[in-house]
Design a protein around this ligand. Structure first.
Ligand SMILES: *[C@@H]1O[C@H](CO)[C@@H](O)[C@H](O)[C@H]1NC(C)=O
Ligand SMILES: *[C@@H]1O[C@H](CO)[C@@H](O)[C@H](O)[C@H]1NC(C)=O
Ligand SMILES: *[C@@H]1O[C@H](CO)[C@@H](O)[C@H](O)[C@H]1NC(C)=O
Ligand SMILES: *[C@@H]1O[C@H](CO)[C@@H](O)[C@H](O)[C@H]1NC(C)=O
Ligand SMILES: *[C@@H]1O[C@H](CO)[C@@H](O)[C@H](O)[C@H]1NC(C)=O
Ligand SMILES: *[C@@H]1O[C@H](CO)[C@@H](O)[C@H](O)[C@H]1NC(C)=O
Ligand SMILES: *[C@@H]1O[C@H](CO)[C@@H](O)[C@H](O)[C@H]1NC(C)=O
Ligand SMILES: *[C@@H]1O[C@H](CO)[C@@H](O)[C@H](O)[C@H]1NC(C)=O
Ligand SMILES: *[C@@H]1O[C@H](CO)[C@@H](O)[C@H](O)[C@H]1NC(C)=O
Ligand SMILES: *[C@@H]1O[C@H](CO)[C@@H](O)[C@H](O)[C@H]1NC(C)=O
Length: 416
């Protein structure tokens, strides 16, 4: 008996439907793993996804991260939605999460950018800045870790620091990279500068505020070299777009080293479009700088304060450099990691040499060759993070709308 044409058509259609699925899909694509329900593993990095899949492009209003990818015929992909930790390398990822990792949302905060986290170990306090919108000198924030549960309050050093964007601990002092410029805020002139605050007295001091008379554009993030203790910082253009400075950029977007003893400033790189996060490996022999050029505005008259847009094909790469001669020779720039979400903003290296970056709604944890081991997932854009506690094992994350904390088996570098 000859099959009818409709049955033939149905068989053909079924064959076509089956054929569209690639053979290499590793199933399950996502599964629970680890010691608690907050942890899921993605098998083989989901290197082959079933068709049809499609990830929408993030914009300034909505962040579509990896978990928001629509994937046909892959119900396990939904496990990503509620996971706190997504493990990509099962063996190392679970070891670095430890026996009972936890993620806890701690404080809802405003849409202002929350950055420059600095842990003062002696006082057991965590300082956090807020820098937008441009409504004068916003108070900074202080998380008191001596309280149980920790408390959040405003903090203003004397004199106040306008728009601190980066922060780290150096020599018993809080070290801020202040990113704004204005002739008169609360009666004092504020310029883009490196500032210190003594956490015992709250007194602030300026360490550096010009390059041979030029204003810096937007000191963004700052780190201390572990053996020379020189200060390395990035200087992109964002303050102009965000209306935080009254002056258009006067210097190329660049990264610098500053020796506070001699006062000398050294250019270390001017090839990165928008240098942002900056961090050293524990021995100081590798420097990481992120390029967030995918978020950008236009340096044009009248553009001040117009904000930025996200361009998914723009730069959102972490670069690695070799560092020699006690921090004085920086060479061999190489691509290290392309952020899988948004742009790689805050950047820190753990005691184990793992590289962490805040990118969109989460933090990516990479090994020293740039392999993604773990992603912490959040429901707000993480701008930066810092380790706290006696053994630096708690990681506090902060950004627009949220402050949260993670307990795990990844530790911060000794504070210098
Ligand atoms: C969906 O995936 C299952 C394996 O989990 C497979 O047997 C089935 O053929 C797939 N369906 C389609 C339409 O590809
Ligand atoms: C992917 O999704 C976006 C937004 O939902 C849509 O505009 C686009 O056409 C889709 N592309 C493909 C290839 O499915
Ligand atoms: C992405 O997925 C999360 C988890 O399901 C959801 O809360 C969020 O709204 C999604 N984002 C967008 C832009 O759809
Ligand atoms: C924590 O990580 C270290 C390596 O940094 C490892 O030796 C140890 O076994 C890990 N602990 C747990 C509980 O997995
Ligand atoms: C300086 O800041 C004040 C207070 O926010 C603001 O009103 C003024 O416009 C700013 N000046 C310039 C030149 O941006
Ligand atoms: C410094 O500021 C903190 C928090 O506002 C406050 O508790 C402390 O008393 C201040 N220290 C001095 C010496 O004023
Ligand atoms: C690096 O420089 C600092 C500051 O000059 C000095 O104290 C330290 O001994 C130097 N370290 C090495 C390894 O040369
Ligand atoms: C986005 O970035 C790419 C690569 O830098 C560039 O070619 C393109 O013109 C940019 N698009 C917009 C709309 O700026
Ligand atoms: C994030 O989730 C917490 C609860 O886990 C909630 O309180 C908070 O409002 C959420 N924030 C955003 C920006 O969705
Ligand atoms: C820090 O580590 C030491 C040594 O392992 C331990 O005795 C101490 O309890 C730890 N502190 C905290 C707060 O976990």
């Amino acid at each position: 008996m000859k099959p009818s044409t409709s049955i033939l058509a149905a068989i053909l259609a079924a064959a076509v439907a089956a054929q569209v699925q690639p053979a290499g899909v590793t199933r399950p694509i996502v599964e629970h793993c680890g010691s608690n329900g907050g942890v899921v593993c993605v098998n083989k990095y989901s290197a082959v996804l079933p068709y049809h899949f499609n990830r929408s492009i993030s914009n300034n209003q909505a962040d579509y991260d990896y978990r928001n990818t629509s994937v046909g015929n892959a119900s396990t992909f939904d496990l990503l939605k509620t996971a706190d930790f997504v493990v990509f390398d099962r063996q190392r990822g679970l070891q670095y999460l430890g026996d009972n990792p936890s993620y806890e949302f701690m404080f809802s905060v405003s849409s202002a950018v929350h950055e420059a986290p600095i842990y003062a170990p002696k006082q057991n306090l965590l300082f956090i800045s807020q820098l937008a919108p441009p409504t004068g000198v916003l108070p900074q924030l202080l998380v008191d870790l001596n309280q149980d549960p920790p408390t959040l309050s405003n903090y203003t050093p004397n004199p106040p620091i306008y728009a601190p964007n980066g922060g780290t601990f150096r020599n018993g002092q809080l070290l801020f990279a202040a990113s704004g410029g204005n002739d008169s805020l609360g009666g004092i002139e504020q310029r883009v500068s490196l500032r210190t605050v003594d956490p015992a007295t709250n007194q602030s001091t300026v360490l550096l505020n010009n390059y041979f008379g030029f204003y810096f554009n937007n000191m963004d993030d700052v780190v201390v070299h572990p053996t020379s203790r020189d200060i390395f910082f990035t200087d992109p253009d964002y303050s102009y777009f965000n209306g935080l400075t009254d002056t258009a950029p006067q210097l190329p977007a660049a990264s610098y080293r500053f020796d506070p003893e001699s006062g000398a400033v050294f250019l270390i790189d001017d090839t990165i479009q928008q240098p942002n996060g900056i961090a050293f490996s524990p021995d100081g022999s590798t420097l990481y700088i992120s390029d967030t050029g995918a978020v950008y505005g236009a340096i044009a008259p009248g553009y001040r304060g117009q904000g930025t847009t996200f361009n998914t094909t723009g730069k959102r790469t972490i670069y690695a450099f070799d560092v020699a001669n006690n921090g004085t020779r920086v060479s061999n720039k190489r691509a290290f990691y392309l952020a899988q979400d948004w742009v790689p903003d805050g950047l820190k290296v753990s005691r184990e040499g793992l590289v962490l970056t805040g990118s969109g709604h989460g933090v990516d944890v990479l090994d020293d060759v740039g392999q993604l081991l773990i992603r912490i997932q959040t429901n707000y854009t993480v701008q930066n993070f810092a380790w706290t506690g006696e053994n630096l094992t708690t990681l506090w994350l902060m950004g627009n709308y949220g402050i949260s904390k993670v307990e795990w088996n990844i530790t911060g570098q000794t504070l210098v």
